[in-house]
Design a protein around this ligand. Structure first.
Ligand code: AHG
Length: 336
């Protein structure tokens, strides 16, 4: 029989990783498998979004006061469902939910991980067939095993993540995840319904040519950030510009591109919203973990994202993230 050994599925890959740790329990591998299963279900619905009557607002607003799309609700339920029925997750914090969810049953109370997630990021792009994504961060719980997880499990700094990842529903669907050992990307092969290893050991190039920022907010950014953005459009010694501006409005797609090709993504604070728009626990922390493992950097302008001690679930943070040398240039030019 002719076996194509180049094709490695996500499950095969995580099992291979597991073999290198004889004492590992396999809980994290199962958790990743659960997340991938939910991602496949969401992918099916995302692909059908233009065909079925699933577009539009549910009619409610989420806890941040934003319109909730039907697909957001579907994605949230899918990820919650697989995590609750799996055996690796004690509870979930979701961008779509006001409070964290505790899976208070015997199996879940003995699970060592909790998950923070943004089940469908960039949902403003659903109606126009532009890439959207899912983001997740996995933490080892700090509360006592055998009991329901508690708020302190959900308010850990990002540096405590044991894994983080995202799914991009784009021209193809990719599942990318990082542990401290590395970042690996898997592309969904629709013919077999499996995520297969397509981007092994992703390294963020130390410099790149892309900068991603909402230019419409330019005059609401502070002087340093405006100076850096100006520099991105000029050929200067400091920035090495001009760079190419790319901003999709789906952070998953923007950071994914910059992770692979090199670049910087910024969502700074504005005069109206000093903490910007993005959520520390659901968006900034997972990406900061992934990008740092890949060799890049992430800051809120004052502190490393992963060092921030969260005080509330839905806390927002300014975010600057990307290729190491571009981040150093940003700090030098903007004097963050
Ligand atoms: P949403 O899920 O509400 O569409 O938000 C998307 C996030 C993020 O993915 C994106 O980079 C950013 O918001 C875009 O916000 P602006 O439109 O303010 O630039």
């Amino acid at each position: 029989m002719n076996v194509n050994r180049k094709v490695l599925t996500l499950d095969e890959f995580t099992l291979q990783q597991l073999r290198q740790f004889p004492t590992a329990t396999g809980e994290l591998s199962r958790l990743l498998r659960d997340l991938a299963l939910a991602a496949k279900r969401v992918n099916v619905e995302v692909n059908k979004a233009g065909l079925v009557d699933i577009l539009g607002d549910v009619g409610s607003v989420n806890v941040q006061g934003e319109d909730v799309k039907k697909l957001d609700v579907f994605a949230n339920n899918q990820f919650l469902g697989v995590l609750q029925h799996g055996i690796s997750c004690a509870g979930v914090g979701s961008e779509e939910l006001d409070e964290f969810v505790v899976f208070d049953d015997e199996l879940s109370n003995n699970s060592k991980y909790i998950v923070h997630m943004d089940p469908l990021d960039g949902s403003g792009n659903i109606d126009v067939n532009v890439s959207i994504g899912t983001i997740f961060g996995v933490y080892r719980r700090v509360s006592e095993l055998g009991k329901p997880c508690t708020k302190e499990d959900f308010l850990q700094p990002g540096k405590n993540q044991v894994a983080a990842g995202y799914v991009v529903y784009g021209s193809s669907t990719m599942f990318v995840y990082a542990t401290r050992r590395g970042v690996n990307g898997f592309t969904l092969d629709p013919s077999i319904g499996e995520f297969t290893l397509s981007h092994p050991e992703i390294q963020c190039p130390p410099t790149g040519k892309f900068y991603s920022v909402n230019h419409g907010n330019f005059f609401q950014y502070n002087e340093g950030v405006r100076k850096y953005i100006d520099g991105c459009q000029k050929k200067t010694k400091e920035t090495g510009g001009p760079y190419t501006q790319r901003y999709i409005g789906s952070m998953v797609a923007d950071v994914h591109r910059n992770l692979i090709k090199g670049g910087i993504f910024m969502y700074p604070g504005t005069t109206d919203k000093p903490n910007g728009k993005l959520r520390l626990l659901y968006e900034a922390n997972p990406f900061a973990f992934i990008v740092e493992v890949a060799g890049g950097l992430a800051t809120n302008g004052a502190d490393r994202i992963l060092d921030i001690q969260p005080t509330e679930l839905h806390q927002r943070t300014p975010l600057f993230i990307g290729s190491k040398n571009m981040m150093i240039e940003l700090e030098e030019v903007a004097k963050l």
